[in-house]
Design a protein around this ligand. Sequence first.
Ligand code: 3HC
Length: 689
Amino acid sequence: MKHPVRLERQNGVALIAIENPPVNALSTAVRRGILGALGAALSDDAIKAIVIAANGKTFPAGADISEFGQPFAEPDLPELCDLIEGADKPVIAALHGTVLGGGLELAMAAHYRIAHEDTKLGLPEIKLGLLPGAGGTQRAPRLVGVDVALDMMLTGAPITAAHAQRAGLVDGLAGDDLRDVVKALAAETTDIRRTRDLRRHLTDGAAYMARITQRRAALGKDVAPHKIVDCVEAALLLPFDAGRQVERTAFAECLATPRSAGLRHSFFAERRAAKFAELAHGHVRPIEGIGILGGGALGVRMAINCLDAGLPVTLVEQGEAGVGLVLDRIGAHYQQAVSAGRMSEGQGAAALTHLNLTTDFGSLRSADIIIEALPEQAGLRQAAFDGLGKTAKPRAVLATTSAYADLSELQRVSTRASEVVALHSFPALPGLDAMEIGVPAGVDPAAVTTAHAFAKMLGKLPIRSAAHPGLVGAYLMEAARRAADRLLLDGATPDRIDAAMRSFGMALGPYQAMDLMGLRQGWMHRKSHPHEPDPRYLALADRMCEAGWFGREAGRGYYVYAEGETHSVPNSDMLQLLAEERRSKGITTRSFTDRQMRDQIILTWVNEGARLVGNGIATRPSDVDALLVHGFGYPRGRGGPMQDADQTTTFQILRRVEILHEADPTGWDIAPLLRELAAERQNFGDLNG
Ligand code: 3HC
């Protein structure tokens, strides 16, 4: 492997250049390289000053997160920062790109910092359940004061180079001549200015402590924010080295929390999920216009997503009245966005100029991606794909929004087997930004990469699924409903189960999610694929669909939704049906604790997630996690159900599922992969690759 740190000497200046793509993370090899180069520069009498810079797209974007939790390797980053700060020759950091976490801490330990004007600087450790652990909690308040330091550490949001200069975090800005500017400064400077010795922001102790008290009072119950405030308090109250010791202990404590493990897992799970095998050999086709077929809730939501991303949309709806209705809905959305101050009037109007609403199916001819969002009606989708096969331009991607569509059938009727995918999105709630891409056999990799690029253009997290009824997301939600239905049968209610899942941290309970996604597709699928006879099958969802209670869009599902109101109440007619079902089965009801209810659902996700991975439907266990986090609001700080399961052993998980299976044999079909992993003493993480 190429050495990740190089030392160049020129005119009395040593340049330590870091090169560890993609983000120059401060891995063990990089730290060792910097240590060696620093030692060489310091012991060379010809060298008067030292520049630390990075090649590639950024100055280090942090410590190497993948090394956390591994055995400690010297030198550690805090030590390295101390050595840099303690150097007896001026050290100047040349910053560009995204200077984050340990990267910024390294820079703060240098004696001067010059940044390219486009640089972003931040301390995002909190997003990993951590705190700056290489002296950042001690040096940042000394450089920028308690307020800016706490803002940066508690939000994790980066600031611009101009802001950093105003705040005193960087000493100067440069353009593309950054290296020359820094080298020139290095050639002139003799002053050594150690951040640890700065006092200007520590002189008014009372004001500093007032800010600490104020911030502390506003914190929630997560560990890291409290520890950050403690460390910043220590920066005032303790000598630098003692403050660093407080930070070191606090960092280790945060690193050991399940929340940090969950957030770090999520960080990598999200990036892995977006890595489709097709990206290696499929090019992205131009995406200049989107066609949408159908102006129901899904079609309208998709159109708004596209317009917000600046993509021109042609939406085809039946009849002038239908078109009018769609225009009203989309218009109302932008009007609301303008009145709520989320966009200017000009922006709202501009978005609408990219919308072409029509009844003319032929208008879809120019679209690069055509998305079918039709209601669930026998034969409708097939007829649409037949029409699209005749109308769409060559190489247009043909997508269905349905998770249950028979993709091979759509490939056949469209005669465009290489272009058909599913693009399935999730309940429209803040933070739920997954877009599942269902890929049947025979699809051109370029169609997949184009769908992937489209998801990213919409700001979504693309997650791959092989063709499968429900893909991964709706399948897991349907499995959760089935598991929760067993609890309903025995005495629980949908709102109690939903509340138990929300108290665990889910954005939504399974019944709320079903209502938001709509019950119709799952019902149609169940009707065409009857299940094995099961004396404990609860026909509640089927009977609700027969009554037309399809969920949120119909105004009634497990809950009743009054027009224009966000508040919902349990559907009392549904509770009546539930009582009838129990009576007909002769059930004596009992009560459940929150824990029993959520264990039943989470273990279902683990077991069914294992089945999907074992069958090759989901690519890896961490995709199941990313999907539940980004599709249904599983708490990101837990990582996901598979990561949660890995907190024990697969052997223990199997045992728990076996116990549930023994109590309810038709309710639990144990996934072969779970048995295999348990037998081989492996966990799900071993399969993430
Ligand atoms: N460690 C290890 N790998 C990292 C990394 C890090 N700190 N930051 C990014 N990567 C990897 C990603 O996993 C990804 O790898 P892949 O290509 O194999 O999937 C690759 O770098 C590119 O990352 P992105 O896909 O996220 O690229 P973007 O260009 O979209 O974003 C970024 C770049 C803004 C730097 C973003 O990756 C990011 O925010 N990274 C995390 C930064 C961070 O949290 N730093 C603090 C680390 S903790 C720390 O420093 C502790 C210290 O206080 C002791």
